[in-house]
Structure formats: C-alpha cells, structure tokens
Design a protein. Structure first.
Lengths: 297, 285
C-alpha cells in the first residue's frame, strides 16, 4: 500500500499540469454544484410552500346550529377522502381576521357581520384539492353543484387559482430537477474527460507496465489513489470557497430574504460533506474506469 | 480394462517426457490474420530449444513482429498452438498473462522505458511488479546496471541518455528477473552499427548464462557476423531455418544490386519445399 501511495504522489509531482487541470475542473464543477443545489432546494421549497396554501373553503349556511356544525365537522374529519387538516373559523373569528386586514372597509359595516361560519380544509396533498372539492360538492347533471350536507352552503377553492398554482409550481419543480440533473451530468462528463486526457498522455506508460508483467490492479491502484487525492484537493478548495461565500454574502442577506432561509435547504455541513464525497468518488472511479481501455494490451 | 489403463498411463508418461524435453518455444501450424484482413502469419511451425540464440529475419511486414507479439501474448493466434516451456499460451488468461510476462524479458526497438522514472526506477519497476523486497531491489539493480555499463547513469532520466544507453537500460530491465526466455524485437533498429555491436554483445552474454534469446532483426551485418540459427520469414511464411546461417541465402553482388535498383524483379528467397514437415518429423513419437 505504501508503494502505491508513493507512486501516486510521484505521478502527481511529475505530471503537475494535467493534475492541476483535473483539480481545477473538479473545483469549478463542485463550486457550481454547491451553489446550484441550495438554489434548487430553496426554489422547490418555495414552490411547495405555495402549494401548501391551496385550501378548500366549506362555507356553512347563515342559520346553522351548533349541532349542524358538529355534524359537518364529523363528516369532514371522518367520512371524506383526501382531507388533510380541518380548521373551523367561526363567523366572529372571520370577522376579526378580516377587520384586522382591511380596517377601512369593516368600519363601514357598523357591527353587522355578513361572514358565514367556515371550515378551512387542507387537502392531504395539494394535488388532491380539486378531487376534495368534487367529493364535498359533486357536480349534478344540470351542471350545478349540490352539497353533501344540507348545512353546507357552498364549497369553494377558487378553481382557476388552484389549478394555476398547481401547474406552475409543478413546472418550476420539474425544471429545477432537470437542470440539476443536467448539471450533475455535465460535471461528471467534464471531470471524467479531464481525467481521460491526462491518462491518454500516459497510455504508453501503462502499456510498458503491462509488458513488464504488472497485473491490472498493480497499475490501477496508483491511478485510483491519485484520483482520490486530486478529487479531495479540488473538493476541499471548493468547499472552502463556498464557506467563505456563505459567510460573506449569504448570511447577512438571510435576514431580509425569506427565500434564502428556506427551511427545506439542507444543512451546510451536510452539503459540504456530500460535495466532498462526490468529488472524491467521481474522480477515483473516473481514473479507475478510464484506465480500463488502456489496460487491454 | 487393465490393458487400456496401462496403455493410457504409458502414453501419459511419454507425453510428460516430451514436456520435459528442452523445447522452450514451440509453434505448431500457427496462423494469424488481423481483424483488418492483413495476413500476419501462415502455418508457422518451428521449435526453439533451451539455450539457443535465434535470429528472426525478414522484410518489414513479413511476420517477425507478429511472432514476437504472439509470444508476449499481445495478440492471440487465429489457429494453431504456441507453447512456451511446455505450456499452451491459449490456456493462459487474465491474471496469468501478467504472471507469464514476468518470465519473459522483452526488448523493443523504441526501448519502451517509463519516461518519468530514472534509470534505477525503470529497472526497479520490473522487480516491484514481482513483489520483491526493497532490500533485494537495492542490492540487485545497481548490480545489473553495472553489468550493462551504466553505473554512472543511475539517476538520469531516459531522455537524458543516448539511444544506446536507453537500450542498455531496456536490456537491464528485461534481464533483471533472470527470465528463461528473452525476446528482442529489432533491438538495434534505432542504433548505429558500433552501438549495435555493444547491445548484441549484451544479448550474447545473457544467452551464455543459459537464457534462450530470440532476436528479430534486419541488421544483416550482425546476422552474418554472428552465424547463429536463422529463421527467415517472408509474407507470413517460414521460408528458411538454418543453423549458423547468414542474413540472406544468396549474396547479391554489385551488378545484381544494380539490376534491383533499376526495377528488375527482386530475387525471391529460396523456399523450403514444405515448411512444416521437418519439425513434425522431429516430434513424431
């Protein structure tokens, strides 16, 4: 093992330019990935947050008794599919809420309360919002909607908004996922290409080693160790740059921008470890696998 | 049943005896066609005994290098069998190839040294591959380099050496494991006549220690001077196999050479009537 490590160190020293190129390409791609991954996550998180705001409002008739209320609540909680969370907002609570938001309009109502009692139903998944609405108020043959309980006046979820939100957030999520996949692919290709180039320059060396009677793994180990060293070097530098960037630029801004402290973004330490591991693995496997072609002598 | 068994046992014993016969290299009806369609070797049959010094001669493209490549298992024959020291080469696979190559010394026209290692490390690599201890390597490498007359160049890199010195390093690397068989493919092809003599001397000295040496060459002066066994290959066929032979059978004089230069057809090498028979007779049991 000591022999292989010494061989790897020697080869890094003797081939400093290709080694530098490999390290630099790893550094750049890890840097880009390290910036892009949190952005993807923050965007997806923001999209999910918007999706979670999709609600189905169940408005009760103006003259409902507490018994009717209890019956509807039980119906929603137990007998209906797609229900995630049910929140009851009494007409008084709704009035207070609205008054706080729009005091200028509510001062003119002079104490009368036109708002109905409402159940705010959150679907178990945002995609099921429309199905939940159909379950509570199935469409009749005439095209109108009948409610499942006589105490319910209307079921609304602002259909257009809901489907728009669902569509746009889905597009955003998929686009980000696609971009991230492309970026990862590009990084792997770039790194493996750099490694292949530096190996190609040394293919004659490999050929000679084979002719002298070296086994495949005897030749391969130094290359794999070299890959680990270069990958770790590039990864460590990239993580250092990311840390500096985070402390210098991102942290001061977090207070002002909600997107930056998106809760779904992974911890920085986890991200750093992941990037480091990926760069070492790609670089080591890249050298080991690329070598295979030249070992066929 | 008993008779059949006894017969089989007797036959096995006979076969074993033949294995112990001092044949190092045995080609039997070996053909090699390259994937591109080029013909490498056609029905080559010959045997080389232990301790022989053999010249393989012929024009470029005649099949000399094909024989060498088949012997170092860089290529596989299309048909026929090659055995080295009684072992069939086609049976060697995977890791066995590396182990087999450790028992060969190989010298090439273009030296094939590792460019970013010193002379010492180049020779040491052949020992490191076989898992020698560092102590042994430190003892052996300077020894063999002294033998090759390179004791002052231990820490030079190959590109700081002359062609002759590089080839000496290659010979040292080939011989440091004391292989039973040493192959040299045009070892003097890139060298001037004086230096070539030095390299041939080394090969000859190695041969004197009991190593079988096969040299592919078109250095006619050297072949004519050394008068060793000569196997001539032409267009993939063995056309001549003679002990103490010269580079070519007829010495062309000046007027013949003049004819050749003026574009008259070149004299064809004389062919054995049937190249295979001679050796097949020798191995009949």
């Amino acid at each position: 093992m000591g022999f292989f490590i010494k061989e790897a160190v020697r080869s890094v020293q003797r081939n400093s330019v290709p080694s530098f190129a490999a390290t630099a390409s790893i550094l750049v791609t890890v840097l880009v990935l390290g910036i892009f991954i949190p952005i993807t996550q923050a965007t997806t998180g923001a999209a999910n947050e918007v999706r979670d705001k999709v609600l189905v409002n169940v408005y009760l008739k103006a003259d409902t008794k507490p018994a009717d209320r209890a019956r509807v609540a039980a119906l929603l909680r137990e007998d209906t599919k797609y229900v995630g969370k049910v929140e009851f907002v009494s007409k008084e609570a709704a009035y207070r809420e609205q008054k706080k938001d729009y005091p200028e309009y509510y001062s003119e109502l002079l104490g009368s309360n036109p708002l109905p009692d409402t159940f705010r139903v959150t679907p178990d998944s945002p995609d099921n919002a429309l199905k939940l609405r159909d379950a509570l108020a199935p469409a009749t043959a005439s095209g109108e909607r009948a409610t499942v309980d006589p105490a319910i006046d209307t079921v609304k979820n602002r259909k257009d908004d809901t489907s728009n939100i669902l569509f746009i957030t889905r597009v955003v999520k998929y686009a980000m996922a696609l971009l991230a996949a492309l970026l990862v692919l590009a990084s792997v290709l770039l790194i493996s290409n750099t490694i292949r180039l530096s190996l190609f320059a040394r293919r004659r060396e490999v050929e000679v080693m084979k002719l002298v009677g070296a086994t495949d793994w005897f030749i391969r180990w130094p290359f794999v160790i070299e890959g680990v060293m270069l990958g770790a070097l590039g990864g460590v530098f990239a993580v250092l740059v990311l840390t500096v960037g985070k402390i210098a630029f991102v942290d001061p801004l977090v207070a002002d921008f909600a997107l930056l402290r998106a809760p779904e973004t992974m911890q920085f330490g986890v991200l750093a470890l992941l990037l480091l591991g990926a760069s070492v693995a790609v670089s080591a496997m890249g050298s080991g696998l690329s070598l295979r072609r030249f070992l066929k002598v | 049943m008993a008779i059949v068994e006894r017969h089989a046992r007797a036959r096995n014993r006979a076969a074993a005896l033949q294995d112990r016969a001092p044949t190092v290299v045995d080609f039997r009806g070996v053909c090699k066609t390259y994937p591109s369609g080029g013909l490498g070797l056609e029905q080559a049959t010959f045997a080389i005994e232990r301790g022989e010094f053999v010249f393989l001669v012929g024009q470029t493209g005649s099949g000399k290098s094909t024989i060498m490549r088949l012997l170092i298992k860089e290529h596989e024959p299309s048909s026929g069998t090659i055995s080295v020291a009684g072992k069939d080469l086609s049976a060697i696979e995977g890791k066995g190839v590396a182990l087999y190559r450790r028992n060969l010394g190989v010298v090439f026209q273009d030296f094939k040294l590792l460019p970013n290692r010193t002379v010492y490390d180049n020779v040491a690599y052949a020992l490191q591959v076989t898992g020698h201890k560092r102590k042994e390597i430190r003892a052996k490498v300077p020894d063999i380099l002294r033998l090759m007359g390179l004791s002052l160049k231990l820490h030079s890199y190959p590109d700081q050496l002359s062609g002759g010195e590089q080839q000496r390093v290659a010979v040292a690397r080939a011989f440091v494991n004391h292989p039973p068989l040493l192959l040299a493919d045009e070892p003097t092809g890139n060298l001037d006549p004086e230096t070539s003599i030095g390299i041939m001397q080394l090969l000859y000295r190695i041969n004197r220690t009991g190593t079988t040496v096969i040299v592919a060459t078109h250095d006619n002066a050297m072949v004519d001077r050394m008068r060793r066994r000569v196997i001539e290959v032409n267009q993939g066929r063995i056309v001549r196999d003679e002990h103490g032979g010269g580079y070519s059978t007829q010495d062309e004089n000046t007027s013949e050479f003049g004819l050749l230069m003026r574009g008259e057809p070149s004299p064809q090498p004389r062919r054995l009537s049937s190249p295979g028979d001679f050796f097949d007779d020798a191995f009949k049991d």
